[in-house]
Design a protein around this ligand. Sequence first.
Ligand SMILES: Cc1cc2nc3c(=O)[nH]c(=O)nc-3n(C[C@H](O)[C@H](O)[C@H](O)COP(=O)(O)OP(=O)(O)OC[C@H]3O[C@@H](n4cnc5c(N)ncnc54)[C@H](O)[C@@H]3O)c2cc1C
Length: 286
Amino acid sequence: MLSSLKLLQPSTVAEASQALAEHGENARIYAGGAELLLLVRHGLVAAEVLIDIKKIDRLHRIQLQDGTLRVGACVTHHALENDPLVREHAPALASAESQLANVRVRSQGTLGGNLAFNDPHSDPGTALLVHNPAVILGGAGGERRVPLSEFFIDMYATALRPGELLVEVEIPRLPVGMNSAYRRLHRYQRPTLGVAAAARAAGGAIEEARLAVGCVGPKAQRLTDLEGKIKGAKLSDARRIVKEERKRLGNLLQPVDDLMGSAEYKLYMTGVMICEALEAANGAAA
Ligand SMILES: Cc1cc2nc3c(=O)[nH]c(=O)nc-3n(C[C@H](O)[C@H](O)[C@H](O)COP(=O)(O)OP(=O)(O)OC[C@H]3O[C@@H](n4cnc5c(N)ncnc54)[C@H](O)[C@@H]3O)c2cc1C
């Protein structure tokens, strides 16, 4: 089956998007192939042309420019886990990448492939959300910038339009004194639950917090209402507020029963792990 596929290897984003436009639904972007080759082999995805984007230099860069970290779509999970710039600038992301699956998947899979595929049981998207990032999407009409929170639409559905590829992730610097952390729960390789927090505290009270949860429902999400409610609270009070908000969290996250755990279990553990992630982010910031 794989031997009948045509492989194209563009060297620029423009060439890749041109190939996508030319071959339409018969073509797929091929990055690490950790997901795609399995889908093609099992006949779950029909493709005649694979557009291998790994020859595009720009997609392999990790660069800090004017306080914004730019990560190319083809940077692997393994590279992100170990990169000093990523560890310093986006600790939640580095932590999520270090816990993802196993060393084989981390060495093969890319950040762009992970975000573009948008499997609900994924780690990097959740960790990134507390950093207010944006993705750069490239197509025949040029490039556009979309906040990551708007890029995730539903499970396996993103804001990518036909003919577009994910080019880069832009991660702004966290506010001074704020740090981020990621906590993960898993029974199998893929996560049952992922929680990220970024926090800044003063005098034992939370001055500012950002929270994100993934894997519970169809997509990773920020918890902006809860962030507002715990602002100004002591960490011990935040724990009580999170518990009181569990019903509202359920309405937002739409937990589902699946092989990774029951909806009830995931929701209960979300409350526990929000507090753990907050404490970790807070401890790192102190
Ligand atoms: C056994 C196993 C365990 C895993 N465990 C985890 C886990 O614990 N946590 C986790 O987060 N993930 C997990 N994953 C998912 C893994 O991280 C992704 O498979 C990987 O990151 C996808 O990247 P890739 O480069 O291999 O994408 P590919 O397989 O090459 O592509 C995946 C999909 O995205 C599209 N695509 C790829 N790159 C782009 C781009 N730049 N622009 C637009 N579309 C693009 C492809 O067309 C395809 O549809 C696991 C996967 C496997 C196989």
